[in-house]
Design a protein around this ligand. Sequence first.
Ligand code: 5GP
Ligand code: ZN
Length: 113
Amino acid sequence: MEDCIFCKIIKGEIPSTKVYEDEDMVIIKDIAPQAPIHLLLLPKQHFANIIEMTDEQAVLVARCIKKLSTMTHELGLDGGFRLISNKGKDACQSVEHLHIHILGGAQLADKMG
Ligand code: 5GP
Ligand code: ZN
């Protein structure tokens, strides 16, 4: 998508700190971290959110999360982590390219809302 900031990051047109990349996804550091470790898992395919996800894209996202599960040690997440995917206004989604926040590196707040 032409105007999508995450598509531009994936293509390298906008700089980012990539901590992982393969054929399915990139994982970058969030530019405004809300935890000591705050990463964004970006599937390379552009779709806005889980509501607009096809069955094939759902398989892709599941595969990305499965791969993430094998690299938590390298990412510094041995103590645990929280995955969040915001959808829509009430959840304050600001980038319309599905992404999963990966938060960790310290004791996170008990309340999530
Ligand atoms: P959302 O609010 O859509 O769930 O999350 C979007 C996230 O993208 C925010 O946490 C925001 O800090 C991050 N973000 C926005 N623009 C950039 C950017 O140019 N580079 C990086 N690394 N993160 C970004
Ligand atoms: Zn995109």
